[in-house]
Design a protein around this ligand. Structure first.
Ligand code: FE
Length: 260
């Protein structure tokens, strides 16, 4: 399988690579990201068994996989982090996730895997507090941002200040087969609307999140599924739309809670 990544940023010591062609057959199209800064590296939302083999092969073209510094997990879902045990077994990585999931994710890994390396699974978890934190990477940091209820109750997003890329997880995700940048927002909307209405918890979270992202002023917003938003025009249209979207709890009625 050829898995040439999309190069989102490269200034030499700092690189951001997007692997967008690894899911074949069943399973929703999914983007995995590798951030390299000097001799440290972070893999974002690597997925489950479906992507482990092709992703580790693809990543090994760029870094010595056993030295992987981190796996960043935006939340706890199978398409995000179900391959945790394999990354623990084959690399020395720590896993960065919300403190809400740090006690649950060890269920994905047999304890002996880390014990034989002299650690407990908990030693290898970085439990991020609700307000987020900076994660040191090489000579820079990656910002772990709060994005709770968008969609998971303990949800993180990651911002790379060097490239200006926001890795937005499910926010801005679209159900399409490729990761070409969005060009026509109005046309693109139909690939996002149903998903955001159902998976995002409510307008308040969307609105407060949008305010935070405007203050961050990212150059690119790259979701985990589908197409990225590049430049102020597309990013502005996306934030305008999502900040007024009625979704999740906003839409619930008694009809939605009836015994079937
Ligand atoms: Fe999810």
């Amino acid at each position: 399988m050829s898995a040439q990544p999309r190069v989102l940023f490269d200034n030499g010591p700092h690189k951001v690579l997007c692997f967008d062609q690894l899911v074949t057959g069943d399973g929703v199209q999914s983007n995995q990201f590798l951030i390299i800064d000097h001799d440290e590296h972070a893999l974002l939302d690597p997925g489950g068994d479906l992507t482990y083999m092709p992703l580790s092969l693809a990543v090994s073209q760029h870094i010595p996989v056993q030295n992987l510094t981190y796996v960043f997990a935006s939340h706890q879902d199978p398409d995000i982090i179900a391959s945790l045990d394999k990354w623990f077994l084959h690399t020395r990585c720590k896993v960065v996730c919300s403190k809400l999931w740090a006690r649950f994710l060890p269920h994905l890994s047999a304890g002996y895997i880390t014990r034989q390396q002299g650690f407990t699974t908990t030693d290898r978890m970085v439990a991020v507090p609700d307000r987020g934190q900076d994660i040191p990477l090489g000579k820079t940091v990656i910002k772990a941002l709060p994005a709770h209820f968008l969609h998971s109750v303990g949800n993180l997003q990651f911002f790379d200040p060097v490239s200006g890329i926001l890795f937005s997880g499910d926010m801005g995700a679209s159900m399409v087969d490729d990761a070409q940048p969005v060009e026509d927002f109005a046309k693109h909307l139909q690939t996002m609307e149903g998903f955001h209405r159902r998976y995002m918890a409510g307008n308040k979270a969307c609105r407060l999140w949008s305010n935070m992202i405007r203050s961050l002023n990212p150059r690119m917003i790259v979701p985990q599924h589908g197409r990225p938003f590049v430049g102020p025009e597309m990013i502005g249209q996306f934030l305008d739309w999502i900040s007024q979207l009625q979704c999740g709890m906003d839409l619930l009625e008694q009809e939605d809670y009836r015994v079937p």
